[in-house]
Write a protein that binds this ligand. Sequence first.
Ligand code: NAD
Ligand code: TDX
Length: 332
Amino acid sequence: MRKLLVTGGAGFIGSNFVHYVLENTDDHVTVLDKLTYAGNLASLDGLDPERFSFVKGDIADAALVDGLVENADVVVHYAAESHNDNSLHDPRPFLDTNIIGTFTLIEAARKHDVRFHHISTDEVYGDLELDDPERFTEQTPYNPSSPYSSTKAGSDLLVRAWVRSFGLRATISNCSNNYGPYQHVEKFIPRQITNVLTGERPKLYGAGENVRDWIHANDHSSAVLTIIDKGEIGETYLIGADGEKNNKQVVELILETLGQPGDAYDHVIDRPGHDLRYAIDSTKLRTQLGWVPQYSDFESGLASTVAWYRENENWWKPQKAETEAKYQLQGQ
Ligand code: NAD
Ligand code: TDX
């Protein structure tokens, strides 16, 4: 039985990964999570105590991290400050967690020679024009736009340097926008679903023409496990499932799924520096490691996500009013 240390496992993608690992492998999982506003222990309810344990703590706490990493076979590093809008109003926690936290983890992984997988984002590559025939590949130059994406880019570069200079046994993955259960209501898709469910109108930034390349969180999890099992040390793999949609199309689909008129949304103030389009070419992961996404139909994946939020009001309701109050202050 392999022992995984999953940082940020009480967050959106981390908790989906923990469920996926417990359902599809016989690995043991220890989650290290600070339980910031974005962490929610309820996302890990009901897991087998023989195969799962939880430690509350900060990835920048070197003494705590050292002991946990020493006892792991693989570190899977999801923990981050993850929301672009927050990074525009208060960048400091993004530096502390995404840069110093990652540094703390890779120092421990190098000391104890533990296999490390670093989770990152396609946002490190900046953005593409709407009509650009190219998509991001592993060769695309880094060009991040926001405090969030620049700290994620910085953390990727630290990992690469630790591989080259210290022989850290690490891989990196950069994934596109995830959707699915357990995503905080500050993010685009859950915000709009729960707006409709609470009688609010969805809020589109600017004209709503920005394109995101959506992937279901389970497909992200299967890709990460594939890279941990078969990836080559020192390599970066892009993860994407050919799910490009503009924001207006997504809002219209959510409204349609919930039986509302397709134009029952508001345009609000745009995000400063708003990246126009992300698009991933995941050929390397598919051809070299044989990964195939299972959720190829965004409409049905979105419908099951809408159903999850409908059925799990207890999970999201406690954060909704505070999240919307913050957006309202910003005119969004
Ligand atoms: P999230 O905000 O939902 O979860 C982050 C988790 O990290 C929370 O549980 C939080 O409590 C924890 N955390 C934050 N700071 C911590 C610290 N200092 N120490 C320990 N735990 C801490 O984020 P998410 O959307 O699940 O993203 C997870 C990872 O995936 C991030 O690294 C993010 O950059 C990356 N990613 C996200 C997306 C996406 O679409 N959301 C896409 C690609 C990559
Ligand atoms: O209310 C909204 N209205 C709106 O139009 C919100 C919250 C967002 N948007 C737009 C902004 C983006 O174009 O929707 C798109 C998606 O927004 P977010 O959910 O904030 O995601 P994004 O900024 O694209 O970043 C996400 O994907 C990459 C994650 O939050 C990052 O952690 C990940 O790295």
